[in-house]
Design a protein around this ligand. Structure first.
Ligand SMILES: O=C(O)CCC(=O)C(=O)O
Ligand SMILES: [Fe+2]
Length: 214
């Protein structure tokens, strides 16, 4: 058993989501899990990270104007990735119990932003369209300093032109927010930046259409 007080962290996230739809928590994941994730990343060949897309967009040049990160999806089949996926699964159950959010599944990818890479302002879901309801972003970089840049800039839900806050992508920080409410962007960093972006989805299946796919 770990002495990491995860219940307290889930409770804080639930309170934040209920009051504002956005939660930013430092040291939100057991350091042992973080260490395992970083070992996993170190063991992955660079070419297993792939150019990220935007929605169903396949125009690579247009895409590169919007985002420059490289991604790799997490997978339950790998034991070094299950610790994090289990923690997100527990968070899902907790939020469903406390806030009746009806979260059904979770998909997530490692993201590597090389020096200078960015992701322009965007929403992760559009009202009434996607079934991504809750975004998580978790940071893995040790010793990240203000001068390293790469902040996540979050804009107000009520006014998409107004900045709400900036988050430094430092190891252990977990950002959780309603996917269709808060526009956000990743500023260019001065060094390699690693994170896990993930989304809880609701079950939007109908009899004729299984979504999310099994
Ligand atoms: O890495 C971050 O800070 C945010 C990434 C993001 O917005 C996304 O992948 O949709
Ligand atoms: Fe995003």
């Amino acid at each position: 058993m770990s002495d990491f007080d995860i219940e307290n962290i889930y409770a804080q996230i639930a309170d934040d989501l209920r009051s504002s739809g956005l939660s930013i928590i430092e040291n939100a994941v057991d350091p042992k899990i973080i260490q395992t994730l970083n070992e996993r990343i170190a063991s992955l060949e660079k070419d297993t990270f792939q150019t990220a897309g935007i929605g169903r967009q396949s125009d690579h040049e247009k895409n590169a104007q919007i985002r420059r990160d490289k991604i790799r999806w997490l997978d339950r089949g790998n034991t070094q990735e299950t610790g994090y996926l289990d923690a997100m699964d527990e968070l899902k159950s907790y939020l469903n119990r406390r806030l009746f959010m009806g979260l059904f599944s979770y998909e997530s990818h490692f993201a590597h932003y090389q020096q200078g890479a960015f992701y322009k302002k965007h929403l992760d879901a559009f009202k009434g369209k996607a079934n991504r309801v809750l975004t998580t972003v978790f940071y893995l970089n040790e010793d990240w300093r203000t001068e390293d840049g790469g902040e996540l800039v979050i804009y107000q839900a009520e006014n998409h032109d107004k900045e709400l806050c900036r988050v430094l992508p430092k190891q252990g920080t977990l950002v959780t927010f309603l996917s269709d409410e808060f526009p956000h962007e990743v500023l260019a960093a001065n060094k390699s930046r690693y994170s896990i972006a993930g989304w809880f989805r609701i079950n939007a299946s109908t009899a004729a259409h299984i979504d999310p796919p099994r």
